[in-house]
Design a protein around this ligand. Sequence first.
Ligand code: C5P
Length: 240
Amino acid sequence: FKKGELLYTGKAKEMYATDDPEVLWVEYLDQATALNGKRKVAVDEKGLLNNRISSLIFTDLAKHGIKNHFIEQLSDHVQLVRRVKMIPLETVVRNAASGSFERKFGVSHLMTFDQPVLEFFYKSDALDDPFINDSQVAALQVADESTVAEMKRQALLVNTRLQTIFAEMNVQLVDFKIEFGLTADGHVLLADEISPDSCRLVDKTTHQSLDKDVFRKNLGDLTTVYQEVLKRLATVEGGQ
Ligand code: C5P
């Protein structure tokens, strides 16, 4: 595959075309952002670590019947993915209270839920990704009802599998965000990335954060923490 023109620059990734119209070239950048991109710093190895972590997780999910856009990892910072039309929604699944949920409802940190909580946020930098409910999604024609139902179904399957993977790493999966796209023939396909940038992970023994909260809250060195996540994941997934 040949790297083509730059299509999109995100907060932590760049997307390029390739010589195959169905395939995109994704470069994971060594930088971290917070506050919707208002705070941005270079972080050694972060792109490499997230590329590897996301590649391992997407490979595992595919093996467990959850199809996704990942094709293959090409190099330290590059992976190939299948081109989809992104649905402008962030799907958040929560197993315990943290972040915006904890703030919004004033509940105790890591209060656990009997059932996972599912939320959608409308992707808009200008609006700061506001919460959006199903009828608002319908009113704005962001996605049709069957697409929303399929996103929820897949999100809960992803949650179940991720909880298993992270449990084997002695890590609690507090919450995570995923994104979906539509294939040319209209199927909902898991896309974007799954990494410590988009998950809240807590060590089950020490209760230490092993995710981007380390950056958001200045809790320590992000690279060290992401290296630890990759080390444990690589062990669970049977080596690099
Ligand atoms: O901030 P909040 O508690 O709503 O975040 C829920 C989950 O979604 C967290 O795991 C967070 O890392 C992730 N998230 C994300 N990108 C955003 C907002 C949240 O990956 N823009």
